[in-house]
Design a binder for this molecule. Sequence first.
Ligand SMILES: *Cc1c(COP(=O)(O)O)cnc(C)c1O
Length: 365
Amino acid sequence: MSWKDFLREGLLETQAYEVPLPDGRIKLDAMENPYTWPEPMREAWQHQLKSTDVNRYPDASARDLKQQLRTTYNIEADYDLLIGNGSDELIQIVCAAFAGAGSTVLSVDPAFVVYQSAAKLYSLSFETVPLDDDFHLDLDAMLAAIARFQPAVIFLAYPNNPTGNLFNNDAIATIIEAAPGLVVVDEAYQPFARVSWLSDRLAENVVVMRTLSKFGLAGLRLGYMIGHQAVISELNKLRMPYNVNTLSMETACYALKHHTVFDEQADKILRERSRMQQAFGRYESLEVFASDANFILVRAGGAGNALFDHLLQSGIRVKNLTASGGSLTDCLRVTIGKPDQNDSLLAALDDFYGCANGTGPDTGI
Ligand SMILES: *Cc1c(COP(=O)(O)O)cnc(C)c1O
């Protein structure tokens, strides 16, 4: 006997989630906000952290942070909040709550990869319904899958990752009505989509999940979930008491009080997104998908890996989704960076497609 014989089934064959280390390349692979904070804001923040007593445990119920979130986002007093170490942890908590033999987690394909890994972690079966050719919901197929699998949980990202688009509101409403279990509306990209499923009429089986990562604080690891008290109080039982540290909570409060700085950063990113969308559209061999997030999905028919390698050699790292297969074959997901970083990307594309710098592809005229 070895200790390995006691490991849970399938673990030895599983790979850990690997993320490439920053290597000096322009980093357009992880939906990070490229902007840092104005110096006076940075200093005031550091000044505030100086008086934090890290010898004490954090407030396990995160009262100040929840209050700040309520104020900043006008969250109904009737709803409760659950704070996670990134929304990744909240996805895990949801799966832990519905773990159990024979239960199913349903999502779409392609979807955020953590839904599947969290479902597997809790031995839930994971089913997906393919999105249509434009990456919209196939409502009939979703309803059929709901009828067939009776999913305990449905994850829908709004906008979706890695595709970037918002799903149709009526389709989401119909799915929620048909869902026998919980529906998680994942609004990681809400700072850019600027629409939300959150309202004062949230159905009891719906929770809205958000994160400060895409807002501009990926290093903090801070996610939150909003829903009816009945749901949140059950999920809260699975949260480790000190899952979020004092420094992250204090920083999050500070940042939320200064949210206009982040809103302006998002404005800049949105302006660059529309510039990049137009610029990408000039390359005939590049299929460009609509985006309501801070990234754009493109498909380089037949040349996904070659284009990815060319960008790497040009000092730019995007996310290569080719290995995911299916509709993501030859797809690259490009995070919107600062204007000069985006210019570098366009120059590398010109180079790849053999056209003059900045003029877009040579149409042969
Ligand atoms: C980035 C992302 C998350 C994870 O956010 P963290 O709070 O950083 O864990 C969740 N959902 C979607 C759809 C994302 O793209």
